[in-house]
Ligand binder design. Sequence first.
Ligand SMILES: [Zn+2]
Length: 67
Amino acid sequence: MKVICISCGHSLPLDKTYEDFEGLIRCYVCGALMEIKMSDGKLRGLNLPASSCEPRAETEHVNEGRV
Ligand SMILES: [Zn+2]
């Protein structure tokens, strides 16, 4: 059973422990965390956990004190 890392594209081998699994796995190549959903040995869902890298809604305004 293999899962393709959505960050680097590397195929990650998963053993039988993951045939029924729902949770986070980490790519050993690039270190990206992925949320996977497996059932009956098939991949049902794969996405990046939303909380890990939330884009900032507000950009910081830096006032440069130019004279
Ligand atoms: Zn990866």
